[in-house]
Design a binder for this molecule. Structure first.
Ligand SMILES: Cc1cc2nc3c(=O)[nH]c(=O)nc-3n(C[C@H](O)[C@H](O)[C@H](O)COP(=O)(O)OP(=O)(O)OC[C@H]3O[C@@H](n4cnc5c(N)ncnc54)[C@H](O)[C@@H]3O)c2cc1C
Length: 395
């Protein structure tokens, strides 16, 4: 029986495991190995930081669904992968595989900027459940004694959307509380211009985002790098000092330690059009773990985002490739990856489309409207339902 091991139990890992099971049934033995035994719907973490969601609203245990589907779940952290010997290594065991799907997401590289991050530094982050819960506590404290807010992302960021959402949400919530006049807000980013999003912008996204930030009286400092963060102050490389009472800055990302040796210098996994490792033919990788080169060299390094939508598409494509290897079925032609995204804007939202992800494009769009906020809420419910029931064949 073919042994398929999936490393990671989130958007990429769960989708791949469910999809391979759906296509192969009992012809393969599928095992998911994950450090976290919960699925966290990351797109709602900014809402959790604002107090608009609780952890239980946006998480679910993965074991019951996996086991119901006949997929083995090992709740352990991998310490390495022996690609030559085809084994995943954890502290407790070695797990042999015929095929491996790496969906381990990012290592958040706070260590690259002194003073960055909630654990060893002075800034908040909203990229994990723990961080978002901590950011919520910081937010509650901030409301008792408001002051300047510095938010955005540091050089090398690749997940640049959530900092935009956080800035818009802070603005909306402060206005709701009639406190906005007490809070100077600055948005810093390594993107060469606002609305670049690491993908060279989307049609007129620069103009739209400039207007949206201007309407909300949020000062933009783009094309910038952060030198260090000291208590209550962000220091930029050009010497600018930005005092803050609350700061949320997104870090750059790298591949996680367990798989970094299979990746590029930043630990991201190089793959072909079917998400197969360019060297190890029985290893596939999907989601944030994958290496995607930026569309252009920017003055300050900025990475390409790998969104949930992209991750699910990658997981399905990788699953098809594995199934085609095993059954000899004909593989459909690889189609270029595209982005479809709903970005929260506090009291409204935006729809974003880039097809393909990187320019030149056939189609791109960014439009704002309250209907996209409702769609985002609906999508959260829909996706959690889909993961709870292991429905990888739903769009
Ligand atoms: C705050 C935030 C907001 C977002 N908003 C949106 C949005 O609105 N729309 C959108 O499309 N996308 C959004 N995204 C992006 C989306 O969440 C990611 O694309 C998606 O989570 C990537 O899935 P993944 O499976 O590649 O990695 P992850 O979701 O990061 O999951 C990685 C998995 O690997 C496991 N793992 C890691 N290391 C190990 C190890 N050594 N051993 C075992 N297991 C390991 C982890 O426990 C986890 O289960 C957002 C992301 C964040 C952080």
């Amino acid at each position: 029986m073919t042994r398929i091991v999936v490393l990671g139990g989130s958007f990429g890992g769960l989708t791949a495991a469910f999809e391979i099971k759906r296509l192969l049934g009992n012809k393969a033995e599928i095992t998911v190995v994950s450090e976290d035994d919960r699925f966290v719907f990351n797109p709602s973490l900014p809402w959790l930081a604002m107090g608009w969601r609780k952890a239980d609203d946006i998480t679910l245990p993965v074991r019951p669904t996996l086991e119901r589907k006949g997929i083995t779940f090992i709740h352990e952290k991998a310490s390495g992968v022996d690609a030559e010997g085809s084994k995943v290594i954890t502290e407790a065991r070695e797990i042999p595989y015929d095929y491996l799907v790496i969906a381990t997401g990012p290592h958040l590289a706070f260590e690259e900027v002194p003073g960055l991050g909630p654990e060893k530094g002075h800034t908040e982050c909203i990229f994990t459940l723990d961080q978002a819960e901590r950011a919520h506590e910081a937010w509650e404290k901030f409301l008792e004694s408001p002051g300047p807010v510095v938010t955005g992302s540091v050089q090398g960021v690749s997940c640049s959307g959530p900092p935009y959402e956080f800035a818009f949400e802070v603005d909306a919530e402060l206005r709701r509380k009639k406190m906005r006049h007490k809070v100077p807000m600055v948005f810093v980013t390594s993107e060469p211009y606002i609305g670049h999003f690491g993908i060279g912008g989307l049609r007129n996204s620069k103009r739209i985002m400039e207007d949206e930030f201007a309407k909300r009286d949020i000062k933009i400092i783009a094309n910038t790098a952060v030198e260090e963060i000291v208590p209550a102050e962000v220091r930029l490389k050009d010497g600018t000092k930005l005092p803050f009472r609350l700061s949320m800055l997104a870090p750059a990302m790298k591949g996680v330690a367990a798989v970094a040796h299979l990746g590029n210098p930043r630990g991201f996994i190089p793959v072909d059009g079917n998400y197969r490792h360019t060297k190890y033919r029985n290893i596939f990788s999907v989601g944030v773990a994958v290496a995607i080169a930026p569309p252009e060299q920017t003055p300050v390094p900025t990475g390409v985002p790998k969104t949930g939508y992209m991750t699910v598409k990658m997981a399905k494509a990788a699953s098809l490739s594995i199934v085609s290897d095993i059954t000899g079925s004909v593989l459909p032609e690889a189609i270029p990856m595209e982005v479809l995204c709903l970005m929260d804007m506090g009291n409204t939202a935006a729809f974003m489309k880039a097809s393909p992800v990187l320019p030149p494009r056939q189609d791109s769009d960014l439009r704002e409207g309250i209907v996209y906020k409702w769609m985002k809420i609906g999508f959260e419910r829909y996706f959690l339902y889909k993961m709870r029931h292991g429905l990888s064949n739903w769009p």
